[in-house]
Design a protein. Structure first.
Length: 125
């Protein structure tokens, strides 16, 4: 099946060919087509759907247990979140970045260098 974004799409207001671009929403990169004159913007329907799933997950609050494992503590990540990350191909291995942001707040970042390379191959920057 071909992707609709592989075809030439014209702006409904000026008739010019829309150009490939990307839109960042809450750190989520969406493929888009934009009018060179700034009249219109179209978000890829598949990306829009995945972004909506992300928003639903983001609104949920999960209570997880912290356990001692050897000389460290472990926190379980709910399967729902990991499944979403795997669908997005952002969870490619077991390595994540953990940062102490402020008192009482940790940040866990899944590495998405692989996605960045795929996006650049598809002409999205």
């Amino acid at each position: 099946m071909q992707d609709i974004f592989e075809h030439k799409i014209l702006c409904t207001k000026c008739g010019k060919a829309m150009e490939k671009a990307s839109v960042i929403r809450n750190g989520f990169k969406l493929r888009a087509l934009v009018c060179p004159s700034g009249h219109d913007k179209i978000i890829h329907p598949q990306d829009e759907e995945e972004y909506n799933k992300f928003r639903e997950l983001r609104q949920k609050e999960f209570k997880v247990k912290m356990r001692i494992v050897g000389n460290s503590y472990a926190v379980s990540i709910p399967k729902e979140i990991v499944s979403f990350m795997q669908e997005q191909e952002k969870l490619m291995n077991d390595m994540v970045r953990l940062c102490f942001e402020e008192s009482g707040r940790l940040s866990l970042t899944f590495d998405n260098i692989i996605n960045k390379g795929k996006d650049e191959e598809n002409g999205i920057h």
